[in-house]
Design a protein around this ligand. Structure first.
Ligand code: NAD
Ligand code: DAU
Length: 349
């Protein structure tokens, strides 16, 4: 079936994997990628598919009403997959307003533009909002986030994502607007900006720089390979039930310090260094304010109802990811020049 889809934030980490998957898997779909190209957006991430006849890039901001109205008019979208966001918790602590603007106001404007353009003709339409497990707050030693877990966001980032989720649900209940939401755990993989834990440590080990571990390092995250998140998004987009929420996760919990030690050992092997060299770079530093202790996802609903599960084990995905960063030195060098240095000095001074 022919479809025209708007993907927002498609030049970012997860968005670029989603765009590539849809462009390659669905030649009958026309994928329009709307991205502002903030520091996190990078057209290099899509170089291999940018000439595809079923792909179009539009540079722009999701808070720009006029632009949204004009692209909805021009392309007559059948669906929206909304990933555009400010995504880094530490940046939300230093600059919360940027998160409120893009994540809350931007989502509101996108909902408004889609509803205006689609009017009463909602047959076959879908607004798919990509969210995070961070909206559920933090867990103790046990328990998992379920779709029914009450929201309890604690950082400006997670509060802004929670707010956007509420707006999306409000459109469903108030206007019968066709929405679906998924809340995913931490992603890792190729093309992730090196402000996030895994690529930051890979980059620092390569450059023999310290590995900053917040607090006691026993904070726990549930890691999922980005390509598996993209396949889950494909699954929810095509099989998800309107009005429903699906949690997505890897059943793969790691304490930060254990994860960084594993990463160090793999890096030593790949770089031909003595075992233990990279671990010497580990430094425990001042904690992130409001740091959520543990995230873990119960992904049984998407498994049972839609038949999705992750495709690879963490050790394999991590080794592939490290290979990607080692083989793509230019990508890493280009994103860590300029503003990245200023950010790094300020964050880790
Ligand atoms: P990212 O920061 O790598 O990419 C975000 C993209 O959005 C960039 O290309 C950026 O240029 C674009 N963007 C930002 N503001 C914009 C605006 N105002 N208008 C248009 N484009 C804009 O983020 P990511 O890690 O790929 O996350 C994508 C989505 O997935 C986000 O909504 C995030 O909340 C969610 N998510 C991320 C993770 C994760 O582990 N990274 C996990 C669960 C959910
Ligand atoms: O859970 C999903 C979320 O995962 C997404 O919604 C966010 O967009 C994404 O950024 C990610 O958030 P986290 O804060 O969990 O990811 P980050 O890579 O920043 O940190 C992972 C853990 O590592 C967290 O406990 C903080 C810690 N950390 C992070 C950095 C950058 C450190 O100890 N040192 C660091 O330098």
């Amino acid at each position: 079936m022919k479809k025209t889809l708007l993907v927002t934030g498609g030049a970012g980490f997860i968005g670029s994997h989603v765009v590539r998957l849809f462009v390659q898997k669905y030649p009958n779909y026309h994928i329009v990628n709307l991205d502002k190209l903030t520091y996190a957006g990078n057209l290099e991430n899509l170089r291999d598919i940018e000439q595809s006849t079923n792909y179009t890039f539009v540079k722009g901001d999701i808070i720009d009403d006029q632009l949204l109205a004009s692209i909805f008019e021009q392309y007559k979208f059948d669906g929206v997959i909304h990933l555009a966001a400010e995504s880094h918790v530490d940046r939300s602590i230093t600059n919360p307003l940027a998160f409120i603007e893009t994540n809350i106001l931007g989502t509101a404007k996108l909902l408004h533009a889609a509803r205006k353009a689609w009017g009463q003709d909602l047959e076959g339409k879908l607004f798919y909002h990509i969210s995070t497990d961070e909206v559920y707050g933090t867990l103790g030693e046990t328990g998992l986030f379920e779709e029914t877990t009450a929201y309890d966001p604690r950082s400006p980032y997670s509060a802004s994502k929670a707010s956007s989720d509420h707006l999306v649900r409000a459109y469903y209940h108030t206007y019968h607007f066709p929405v679906v939401i998924s809340n995913c755990s931490n992603n890792y993989g190729a093309n992730q900006f090196p402000e996030k834990l895994i690529p930051l440590c890979i980059h620092n080990i390569k450059n023999n720089k310290e590995l900053p571990i917040y607090g006691d390092g026993k904070y726990t995250r549930d890691w999922l390979w980005v390509n598996d998140h993209a396949s889950a998004i494909d699954c929810v987009f095509h099989k998800g039930v309107t009005g429903e929420t699906y949690n997505i996760g890897g059943h793969n919990e790691w304490k930060n310090i254990d994860l960084v030690r594993l990463l160090c050992d793999i890096m030593d092997e790949k770089l031909g260094q003595t075992k233990g060299s990279a671990q010497e770079l580990i430094r425990f530093i001042k904690d992130r304010p409001g740091h959520d202790r543990r995230y873990a996802i119960d992904a049984s609903k998407i498994a049972k109802e839609l038949g999705w599960k992750p495709s690879i084990q963490f050790e394999e995905g991590l080794a592939n990811t490290i290979d990607w960063y080692l083989e793509n030195e230019e990508w890493l060098a280009s994103v860590t020049s300029g503003d990245y240095q200023k950010y790094y000095q300020k964050q880790y001074k």
